[in-house]
Design a protein around this ligand. Sequence first.
Ligand code: ADP
Length: 264
Amino acid sequence: TSFVVSVSKVETDLGQGALVCFEDVTHLEQAGQMRRDFVANVSHELRTPLTALMGFIETLQGPAKADAAASERFLSIMMAEAQRMERLVRDLLSLSRVEAEERVRPTDKVDLKQIVESVLHSLRAVAKTSDVTLRTDMDDTPVIVPGDRDQLIQVVTNLTENAIKYGGRNGTVTLSLSTTERAPQLRGPAAILSVCDTGPGIDQIHIPRLTERFYRIDTHRSREQGGTGLGLAIVKHIVNRHRGRLRIESAPGQGAEFRVILPL
Ligand code: ADP
């Protein structure tokens, strides 16, 4: 805990006195520390692909200059590193936008069923390459919530991409959609969108930290899969902006379920 203490002289009816103020600045210190950690993380994440790029450029200017096969290989690695930087910048911009908008409530009417269908359509090919079966569990009726369409697409996309990436080969990813008269978390009617996978699951100790920026269980695996470590942080901010809740349930060996509860 941090305090700022200030002392000043005061005149009172009883004569001269001293006024001592204690101001709790713990939250300011913590915010400052978080900002410093974030800048350090971003710098590190950007520097890694940059260092690799510079290394390959040097090699291409020197030893590998005349070797066409090596040049070809290095160029494709360089492209992958540049794409990684691009993904990181894109996710940083998304995160900063949704954080800035968090206090503004979205007012458009959005059909979650349509969103699930369009995300499934755009991720079918990715799922196929990873031998993952995508299925849905929802009624024919639309589920309308007040929301921001693009942001809700991003929520469903990020959660489904993760389920495909971390759910493992030959797994099944199920997207379900339902409504309830009274969600205990919101004390009112809500839509419940759930993304379930049949992967290795997540240890309890990691669950509360998954939505922190750059928190990954296995950094190497995340990078290999093209992850930036920002996907779930973005999801959390979008869900907050919609006054919703994000619940993560998982146990090792039992798959994972990410549930988004949104007020109707
Ligand atoms: P990343 O870009 O690394 O995927 P995210 O913020 O989307 O970042 O996710 C953070 C971490 O949470 C991932 O690195 C991964 O370790 C873990 N994770 C996310 N979704 C799942 C899942 N469905 N099953 C197991 N682990 C997951």
